[in-house]
Design a protein around this ligand. Structure first.
Ligand code: ATP
Ligand code: ZN
Length: 214
């Protein structure tokens, strides 16, 4: 039988890209990256890389267009997907947080009762608040969420935060954490035994890299 490559989807350019490529290079996998290439094959490991927008990665892995993918847990958890999380990768750490105008007094989670919240993560936001008996109206927007309160679109936001600098410069303050996120390696649920063997080899190398970092 002709030997197969395992196919992995990584973000083309963004906050997951650099660390993803660094990890696979640290695993001793040689490949070309950068430029406008959307696909590249390793010269020394049975793997090929697809460079995609991060939002498309879980769907491609679920459908088997890609066997593996690197994705932020925040994106993965927002939509239910039939994929396996095979490894926490420990980079692109961030949190999904609720934020309100800085000059507002925050009394606790009850503050949000009946409020309008702008977010790219309506499912995670609603699930978090509903669990605590808070009913809100979410307005889904795909980017620049932090300007929503100042333009009157919503009274609060639920957005990705790492340092809080963006919130601060938009006159907002973080008041509650909805979800802690990091990059994870995901896998299609029906890998052939040949691909499972390649994945096992890859995981072994990732483990050694991670051990070396601790
Ligand atoms: P794309 O063009 O691929 O759709 P994007 O703009 O949706 O990219 P990025 O901003 O590159 O996404 O973020 C990708 C992921 O990186 C996020 O989903 C999140 O998991 C993580 N992330 C986001 N912001 C930060 C941050 N400030 N620090 C660390 N990780 C972050
Ligand atoms: Zn995206």
């Amino acid at each position: 039988m002709e030997s197969q490559n395992i196919r992995i989807a990584v973000q083309k350019s963004g906050r997951l890209s650099e660390e993803s490529l660094k990890l696979f290079k640290a695993c001793g996998i040689k490949f070309e990256s950068g430029g406008s290439k959307l696909k590249t094959v390793s010269s020394n490991f049975p793997i090929e890389f697809l460079f995609l927008r991060d939002d498309d990665i879980p769907g491609y892995v679920e459908d088997g267009v890609a066997d593996l993918g690197v994705i932020g847990e925040n994106v993965l958890m927002e939509h239910i997907r039939q994929v396996d999380v095979v490894k926490e990768l420990g980079f692109s750490k961030c949190r999904l947080s609720l934020a309100i105008p800085r000059n507002e007094e925050y009394s606790g989670i009850e503050y949000f009762q009946g409020k309008n919240i702008a977010t790219s993560y309506p499912n995670l936001t609603n699930a978090f608040l509903t669990k605590q008996g808070i009913k809100v109206t979410t307005h889904e927007i795909s980017g620049s969420v932090e300007i929503a309160p100042s333009i009157g679109l919503a009274e609060a936001i639920c957005d990705i935060v790492s340092t809080g600098g963006t919130l601060l410069s938009n006159g907002l303050k973080e008041v509650a954490t909805v979800f802690q996120s990091q990059a994870v390696l995901i896998s299609n649920q029906q890998l052939s035994s040949e691909k499972q063997a390649i994945l096992a080899k890859l995981l072994f190398r990732i483990d050694s890299v991670q051990r070396g970092q601790n």
